[in-house]
Design a protein around this ligand. Structure first.
Ligand SMILES: *Cc1c(COP(=O)(O)O)cnc(C)c1O
Length: 405
């Protein structure tokens, strides 16, 4: 996508605006399948919490992807988008037994991540194929908020509790068909993956009726030019070999599953916003935009840094700006960032806005959430309209007029 395409879309659909590039999603999907082409049974389940627009789900379904979901509502969206139930995985954390049973009734593969629910579920449904989530206690990932494999993490069943786990499975005659792990986001070092894989293999040896091993996700994507990223090709080469060897040892061709979110959609997304005001202070030049952390919370939430380009003036002389939002709290997208010279009315593009951006957007400050556009075959398709005043009032119930305190 060229700056002129983006400018045209922001003209046509208004600002702020989310734009996703279908070709980039496809090339990432193909890159991952190619890296693991030596594995006979490979399955990719898109972790839809990253970006859950139904059109994006349909796009990935068309490429052959399955779906990884974390709530019953995500399961319902997946079914609505046309995924067969058997292509949907449900990997929740801390949900009720009732929700797990409801999802199971929809025909979806369930994954249980704690012993208490496992025991209760197993006692009631002894023959149901269940996957279990192991916590390998591998410290991985960019920061404390997105690293979920460490010792005091709430996710998964500790590998140290394997004997207890095995006892529950034997007592309830449960049918364990898969072992899963997901150690967090932004894993740089493929050795970490390989180390965690060994722990998963060790756990797998305790169960004799497995059909798949799910390695989760956590691939690091680049956030700017020359940024580091997970070397998928190298990982593919090493882990495929190790996985295939394990299958020989296990005596069965298991399916290898990944469930990437960020890897598939992060770089495909751009967030466009307009500069409302340039404010020169004694120390800083602020660029105030027509958006805020209500639309893109990652910088304020966990300090992520999104590359920002002035697409109205991409070749201008670079100056330093602090890009801030309009929310009435500290609302900073970037501090003293080099951006080509800005004037009021210019359109900024925030890169890597495909994953955990729109899906975390809110109506804070009673602002509308923006529209979403999918760029496909050289054309922009509106896949979600921006909100209107009716959306803010929807579900609100005013007091009856005669009621007074
Ligand atoms: C969020 C999540 C993912 C996706 O993680 P990314 O870093 O976006 O690839 C995969 N699996 C589970 C269980 C998750 O919760």
């Amino acid at each position: 996508m060229q700056p002129k395409d983006l400018l045209q879309l922001s003209e046509q659909f208004g600002s702020p605006l989310y734009v996703y590039d279908a070709d980039k999603i496809k090339s990432q999907y193909n890159r991952l399948t190619k890296a693991f082409s030596k594995v006979e049974k490979l399955r990719i389940n898109y972790a839809m919490k990253a970006l859950s627009n139904v059109a994006i789900l349909q796009l990935l379904e068309g490429m052959g992807s399955g779906l990884d979901t974390v709530s019953i509502q995500e399961v319902q969206l997946g079914l609505h988008a046309g995924y067969a139930p058997e292509r949907i995985f449900y990997t929740p954390n801390g949900v009720s037994l009732e929700e797990i049973e409801e999802v199971y009734a929809l025909g979806v593969q369930i994954n249980i991540d704690n012993l208490s629910i496992l025991e209760q579920f197993g006692a009631k449904h002894p023959n149901v194929p269940v996957c279990i989530r192991i916590n390998p206690h591998v410290m991985a990932g960019g920061n404390a908020n997105i690293s979920v494999g460490h010792i005091d993490s709430k996710f998964g069943i500790s590998v140290h509790q394997l004997p207890h786990l095995v006892r529950i499975v034997e007592n309830t005659k449960m049918n364990i068909v898969g072992i899963h792990m997901h150690t967090g986001s932004d894993i740089l070092d493929i050795e970490v993956f390989l180390y965690a894989a060994e722990i998963l293999f060790d756990a797998a040896r305790h169960f004799k009726d497995l059909e798949f091993l799910d390695f989760g996700s956590g691939f690091k994507v680049p956030y700017k030019k020359d940024d580091i990223e997970t070397d998928i090709e190298e990982l593919g080469k090493k882990l495929s070999k190790r996985f295939n060897d394990f299958c020989v040892e296990y005596g069965k061709n298991l399916t290898l599953i990944f469930e990437p979110g960020k890897f598939l959609v992060s770089e495909a997304g751009q967030f466009l916003a307009k500069v409302n005001v340039i404010k020169q202070t004694t120390s800083t030049v602020f660029a105030g935009i027509d958006s805020g952390f209500n639309h893109l919370i990652r910088p304020m939430f966990y300090g992520s840094s999104h590359h920002i380009e002035n697409i109205s003036n991409p070749k201008g002389k670079e100056r330093f700006y602090s890009v801030v939002g309009y929310i009435c709290e500290t609302d900073t997208f970037a501090n003293n960032r080099r951006i080509s010279e800005l004037k009021e009315g210019d359109i900024l593009s925030f890169k890597n806005a495909g994953a955990y951006c729109y899906s975390m957007a809110s109506n804070y400050n009673s602002r509308y959430r923006p529209a979403e556009v999918l760029w496909m075959n050289g054309k922009g398709h509106l896949i979600r309209a921006h909100e209107t005043f009716e959306d803010l009032l929807k579900n609100q119930i005013p007091l009856p007029v005669q009621e007074k305190v």
